[in-house]
Design a protein around this ligand. Structure first.
Ligand code: NAP
Ligand code: MG
Length: 401
């Protein structure tokens, strides 16, 4: 008897090596056990080009409607891809499109195993980074000047009211930059963070530099506090959770001394930098999971890594590859568990847990792909992707009985 589902998952297929692994995971680890229901969208580059990228919009809209999606890594086209795939145009990043439709925040968390010790000795539990995905330096304008002069910042309101401040009286050549953010986007970011903290039963930390950027970062700090006080304070108390604001430099020091086990919400740039630092210190990009959460509680699960192009080119030549499927497996298990939770299907939640447990057991038995062998302590056996998935399946069958 296979495990039943009621609402379909939104399934977004992708590109290159991860597309190969996707099929393997489904066939070996899911379809034999679950009566899988999905609404399938092919986000592979060929289909995006054929449909003028409509398929990406459709998949994002389906996620809004159904609530839970699982996504394979996809190619973000650049010049080289345009000629490689003979594209009609340089389509936008699917992740960017989906993020803007869902107005979501990305949470990244590492998968930990005993034999891979984080570079920071005190870390025992995962640290999840929540990165604000709108504005600041990523949507800023900048300018170089060649002569002395006055730099001013001017805002013309719809009402006609004009506000103006002097940036600097510049006594020689220099550079200028203007950035912005929107209260609406910051508010959505705050909701997504508080919701995810309650959902995953973890404390939430938030950091900015409001001692220096008193108005700009002060706005972030105030909005977070207001949203917390108004909507989440009681729930946090009931669950024994803490919301904690501190300066970014203090946060960095505390993170390094901590045991982990919380969510660290960061502004766009801080999140970009800190997520690479945290993921590298935990071990491997192949072990990072990622989930996009919208402020109204829609979820899209994926691996944090890309399509692993170099491995794909080798696979195409008929070589066996040792690509690590862990983050993609956890995207599936995360999505199935969330679907089970929302539809009140304990069997589906239990299956997601078992799939994660079987995967971790395999690694803890020393059976792993090459990328991890280099990092792991103790005795290990390097296997190719197929063999690794087969080893997980053996353990999963035993667990499920
Ligand atoms: P990548 O696919 O993450 O791979 C970079 C390197 O990291 C690989 O060459 C490999 O190193 C290692 N690696 C990553 N994932 C691995 C895994 N699961 N198992 C083993 N090793 C792994 O990044 P990229 O090469 O910069 O990008 C490739 C394509 O992915 C690009 O077209 C990009 O647009 C796309 N991309 C998509 C997403 C997404 O959909 N979310 C995210 C990032 C990038 P070795 O070669 O040394 O083994
Ligand atoms: Mg980065």
């Amino acid at each position: 008897m296979k495990i039943k589902m009621t609402t379909p998952l939104v399934e977004m297929d992708g590109d290159e090596m991860t597309r190969i692994i996707w099929k393997d995971i489904k066939e070996q680890l899911i379809l034999p056990f679950v009566d899988l229901k999905t609404e399938y969208y092919d986000l592979g580059l060929v289909e995006r080009d054929r449909t003028d990228d409509k398929v990406t919009m459709d998949a994002a809209e389906a996620t809004k409607r159904l609530g839970v999606a699982v996504k394979c890594a996809t190619i973000t086209p650049n010049k080289q891809r345009v000629s490689e795939y003979n594209l009609k145009q340089m389509w936008k990043s699917p992740n960017g499109t989906i993020r803007s439709v869902l107005d979501g925040t990305v949470f990244r968390a590492p998968i930990l195993i005993d034999s891979i010790k984080p570079a920071v000795r005190s870390w025992k539990k995962p640290i999840t980074i929540a990165r604000h995905a709108y504005g600041d330096v990523y949507k800023s304008v900048d300018m170089k000047t060649e002569e002395p002069g006055v730099a001013e910042l001017v805002f013309t309101g719809e009402s006609g009211k004009v506000s103006k401040i002097t940036v600097q009286e510049m006594n020689g050549p220099g550079v200028l930059q203007a950035a912005h953010n929107l209260d609406k986007s910051i508010t959505s970011f705050a909701h997504a963070c508080f919701k995810f903290a309650l959902d995953s039963k973890q404390d939430l930390w938030f950091s900015t530099k409001d001692t220096i950027a008193k108005v700009y970062d002060g706005d972030f700090k105030q909005i977070f506090q207001d949203v917390f006080d108004k909507y989440y304070k009681d729930e946090f108390e009931k669950n024994g959770l803490e919301y904690f604001y501190t300066l970014i430099d203090d946060a960095v020091a505390r993170v390094i001394r901590s045991e982990g086990g919380y969510i660290w919400a960061c502004k766009n740039y801080d999140g970009d930098v800190m997520s690479d630092m945290v993921s590298t210190a935990f071990g491997s990009l192949a072990m990072m999971t990622s989930v996009l959460v919208s402020p109204d509680g829609k979820y899209e699960y994926e691996a944090a890594h890309g399509t692993v192009t170099k491995h794909y080119y080798r696979w195409r030549k008929g070589e066996k590859t040792s690509t690590n499927p862990m983050a993609t497996i956890f995207a599936w298990s995360g999505a199935l568990k969330k679907r089970g939770e929302l539809d009140n299907l304990p069997g589906l939640v239990a299956f997601g847990d078992a799939l994660e447990k079987a995967s971790l057991m395999t690694l803890n038995d020393g059976v792993m792909t090459k990328d991890l062998v280099a990092l792991a302590e103790g005795e290990t056996t390097a296997v190719n992707t197929e063999e690794f998935i087969a080893e997980i399946r053996k353990r999963l069958e035993k667990l499920i009985g």
